[in-house]
Design a protein around this ligand. Sequence first.
Ligand code: NDP
Length: 356
Amino acid sequence: MFGLIGHSTSFEEARIKARSLGYDEYADGDLDMWCAAPPQLVEEVTVTSATGKTIRGAYIDSVFVPEMLRRFKTAKRKVLKAMELAQKSGIDITALGGFTSIIFEDLNLLREERVSAVQLDWQRFTTGNTHTAWVICRQVEINAPRLGMDLATAKVAVVGASGDIGSAVCRWLQRRGVGDLLLVARRPQPLVDLQESLGSGRILPLDQALSEADVVVWVASLPQSLQIDTATLRKPCLMIDGGYPKNLDSRAAAEGVHVLKGGIVEFWQDIGWQMMEVAEMARPQRQMFACFAEAMLLDFEDIHTNFSWGRNNITLEAMDLIGAASLRHGFSALALDSDQAPESADPTAAPALASA
Ligand code: NDP
């Protein structure tokens, strides 16, 4: 059985959802009341792979909302209690979605093995970052040529290059071969370490990288205040919005700038669940975050272990493995189309990305 731990995108949206589910007490409650609320297992589903294999899953709402991010103790408790509920519900492998994996890593929750009387078993959880990184790479590879770009000569900037997902994306791009790899983050030393390990790449400030890049992969949670001067961008420019929350489309709106939601996949058939309605997916019956899909893939493949764990541990081999499983079970990466349709509706038409 797979599990997904998620949360609403805002307090306001969470209250609307609570009202629609008949939880009027919560809908009328203030943030303090929500801070004290326990996690909820809100939905169970059955999912059938393109191979015909069927698995069961559950969605747990951590009852966390981004407005709680500065309340460290609350944020920590929300994540750990949701993990405890997943484990107590007998779920074999659960993905930490949205801010939950960031809270887990940033607040170093690995130290917090015991929640109430329950000893958390880390093997039952995955950040889903390996699949997210692979999907983002696939989105670059498929969509750059659609804009007339040859990746072999293109300049690709990775904003958040020294992060868990960003460093994996850089390793993949370096193996694939791109014209120039531009490495962006705030702290210099992790970038220097990455550059050394890659044996290539140029470290640049954000503004300079943006003005040079044909493709920009965003894998950082960016401050609301960040402004992008679209006049300085190359045209065409492909922007993969892989961070969370996804809010680049309004900031980078300009002729010739193509923003694609990064790290989103579409399943080969409707799933019959409600959980993605809150995530503002264009097709919530099929689309989901790639990190969530990783838990499904691991369950389809009977890999019940913390496949993605810790920071900067993602290997190319693991990306190839999860990527091949993704295609086999009927997932496709969101592609550049007017309505952000998937790259291919046919799950069996699976080009061998691993060989790229
Ligand atoms: P990490 O914390 O490991 O990495 C974040 C990276 O971003 C670091 O390199 C960090 O370096 C950099 N960074 C942070 N703030 C800025 C900034 N203002 N300007 C430039 N660089 C910055 O995070 P992950 O790799 O785990 O996740 C990256 C993003 O992907 C997150 O936003 C996460 O929510 C999102 N995500 C999306 C998924 C999906 O859509 N399917 C699934 C999983 C994650 P430094 O601190 O030195 O600046």
